[in-house]
Design a protein around this ligand. Structure first.
Ligand SMILES: [Zn+2]
Length: 212
């Protein structure tokens, strides 16, 4: 079972947050092999921002930390792009990257524990807010201009969509037959009606545009 670990942040003095109703989730990576939510908070303060710009931070071990409160506009995209979005950042560097000291930070695999936590968190956000879209940072103009591929070229989008759909279906089934061996029912359905890859792809594409 997952839960969200509450963190205490010292926000920039006089910080004023703007209310929002999130309808979009945006996935990022930290471009750092090992860091905490408090590290990110400090980096963002050092840039003169209000404090951590992401709403959630997921460690590689699957622990989920709260960043900026969900009801406030974050600072994980460029200016208005942030409106009504929830920013989720993954610890790790899932693209080809060499830092200024010449160290190779590239990590080619997102740990399963971290992906599992991300799927849970997306469904949590969907259950709480009218979320209709899940994007990567790379889908935004500001990232395209800066040639950023965040959450990294090694982020396994296909696997992520499959996991998300599977969990969504599981939830749906549990809603109807929750009192009677939901896992068994789900296993039987999946065994006899495996989704072909093309079906997943079609679903994932439609999800990018709008999901319900
Ligand atoms: Zn990003």
């Amino acid at each position: 079972m997952y839960n969200i670990i509450e963190e205490q942040y010292n926000w920039k003095p006089g910080a004023k947050f703007v209310l929002q109703t999130p309808d979009t989730i945006v996935v990022h990576h930290a471009v750092c092999r090992s860091c905490s939510a408090q590290d990110v908070h400090k980096w963002h303060l050092d840039r003169g921002w209000l404090g951590i710009g992401y709403h959630f931070f997921i460690r590689k071990n699957g622990l989920i930390y709260r960043g900026r409160p969900e009801q406030f506009v974050g600072g994980h995209l460029l200016s208005e792009e942030n409106n009504n979005t929830l920013g989720i950042c993954l610890e790790g560097c899932y693209t080809d990257y060499i830092n200024e000291r010449g160290q190779v930070l590239t990590e080619k695999e997102v740990p399963q524990t971290q992906l599992d936590a991300l799927v849970w968190l997306c469904l949590y956000c969907k259950s709480k807010w009218p979320v209709r879209t899940i994007n990567g940072h790379l889908d935004y103009d500001s990232a395209k201009k800066a040639e950023k591929d965040c959450p990294g070229k090694y982020f396994p989008w296909d696997k992520f969509w499959q996991m998300l759909k599977r969990e969504e279906n599981k939830k749906l089934i549990q809603t109807f037959v929750g009192f009677h061996n939901p896992q068994g029912v789900w296993d039987a359905i999946e065994k006899h009606h495996p989704y072909p890859d093309a079906w997943y792809q079609q679903w994932a594409d439609s999800y990018k545009k709008t999901c319900s």
